[in-house]
Design a protein around this ligand. Structure first.
Ligand SMILES: CC(=O)SCCNC(=O)CCNC(=O)[C@H](O)C(C)(C)COP(=O)(O)OP(=O)(O)OC[C@H]1O[C@@H](n2cnc3c(N)ncnc32)[C@H](O)[C@@H]1OP(=O)(O)O
Ligand SMILES: O=C([O-])CC(=O)C(=O)O
Length: 378
């Protein structure tokens, strides 16, 4: 029998099972394959977490060595992909570049339509290894800078920062970046992952699913919020004469924005109603960046807006709130923030694509028709 209840936005609807991660708003916890994300962020490299998401277990030393060899050998931008990126206007959004790159990599793949578990794992590793070069080069070309080739002697995060800025990052910065990648890696059936699963359920190829997921992540209600947080900070700062006056103005700015019924980006969550489990860990990394770059004014603004939002709406920050300013301090341009989320979430998306295929059923819900009654042409 058909259930006639309409679940707008699929809120509260269970659509499938997953072994990949558990988001528990009651205990405010997030587990990847059973491990608390905070423990993974404290003790693991992003490469180890990627392996865990795909294989269900952390790698042994030998398994990690094989995996990192494969990853490091696939980091370079191919001349063909570089030519495609160069043909895109520097005014287009960096998410459009990521989306195009994922699609090009799919079209160029010699086994594009092979969706066996083995082929999909190899494609996942290659997207994971290749996306940082896309994001890094795109930011550089917008700044009028040349491509920086990857370095095989550096881990994923250190190399990502190297390719973006052309210099070795300080260990504190590499650590904060690694933590952000781990926290952004996976979050059950969020909008972009669900998009990937819907596309996969039609038996389309992995790159098609990832390309669609990138499109879903671009929106400001999802991944695009990390950039939007920085726009908010900029707006508040620009409205004050000195950077250190911004915190004092945050509450007044918020009152005006709420009076205009604006959504405050970086706050609220569909699943967590008592705070996002990842925020304290990312906030600690943001604090480390504030100390490293000596920008206490940014920390004061962060706290002032967070406090004012809690007082007025009782709505708490999500992961995008601390991640945005942390990426800003590291030197990334604001429009590059969501592509950094893409680079991280490729791991979660591809793990879900492979899980969907293990027990696939076409995802095709119903809708209730409320258009005109049947009518006929004269
Ligand atoms: C990593 C991530 O993708 S996390 C999400 C990132 N997105 C953002 O930060 C965008 C801002 N936040 C939001 O728009 C929302 O909180 C969402 C979309 C994330 C979740 O929203 P939903 O579960 O659909 O709740 P909904 O949008 O219906 O909000 C419920 C109520 O809280 C209010 N609310 C929720 N979030 C916010 C916010 N950020 N600013 C102002 N009001 C908010 C809504 O206006 C609504 O109020 P109402 O009942 O008076 O109309
Ligand atoms: O789970 C969600 O709806 C959004 C989110 O936090 C994420 O994708 O990381």
């Amino acid at each position: 029998m058909t259930d006639t209840t309409i679940h707008k936005g699929l809120a509260g609807v269970l659509v499938d099972t997953t072994r990949i991660s558990k988001v528990n708003p009651e205990t405010n916890s997030l587990l990847y394959r059973g491990y608390p994300v905070q423990e993974l962020a404290a003790k693991c490299s992003f490469e180890e977490v990627a392996y865990l998401l795909w294989h269900g277990e952390l790698p042994s030393a030998d398994e990690l060595a094989v995996f990192t060899d494969a990853e490091r050998s696939q980091r370079a931008l191919t001349p063909e992909l570089k030519a495609v990126i160069d043909a895109l206007p520097v005014t287009c959004h960096p998410m459009d570049v990521c989306r195009t790159a994922a699609s090009v990599l799919g079209a160029q793949h010699e086994a594009a339509d092979d969706s066996s578990a083995e082929a999909n794992l190899a494609k996942s590793v290659s997207l994971f290894a290749g996306m940082p070069a896309v994001v890094a080069y795109d930011q550089r070309r917008r700044r009028g800078e040349d491509l920086v080739e990857p370095r095989e002697d550096l881990g994923y995060s250190a190399n990502f920062l190297w390719m973006t800025f052309g210099e070795e990052a300080a260990p504190e910065v590499v650590d904060a970046f690694n933590v952000s990648m781990i926290l952004y890696a996976e979050h059950s059936f969020n909008a972009s992952t669900f998009t990937a699963r819907v596309i996969t359920s039609t038996l389309a190829d992995l790159h098609s699913a990832v390309t669609g997921a990138i499109g879903a992540l671009k929106g400001p209600l999802h991944g695009g919020a990390n950039e939007a947080v920085m726009h908010t900070f900029q707006e508040i700062t620009e409205a004050t004469a000195e950077e250190d006056e911004a915190a004092a103005y945050a509450a007044a700015w918020l009152d005006e924005a709420l009076a205009e019924k604006k959504k405050i980006m970086g706050f609220g969550h569909r699943v967590y109603k008592n705070g996002d489990s990842r925020v304290p860990t990312m906030k600690a990394s943001l604090d480390a960046m504030i100390k490293h770059y000596d920008r206490p004014d940014l920390g004061e603004l962060y706290t002032a807006l967070e406090t004012a939002m809690a007082e007025r709406k009782n709505i708490l920050p999500n992961l995008d709130y601390p991640a945005g300013p942390a990426y800003h301090l590291m030197g990334f341009d604001t429009p590059t923030f969501t592509p950094l989320f893409v680079a991280a979430r490729i791991t979660g998306w591809t793990a879900h694509i492979m899980e969907q295929l293990e027990a696939n059923s076409l995802i095709r819900p119903l809708s209730e028709y409320n258009g005109p009654d049947e009518r006929h042409l004269a």
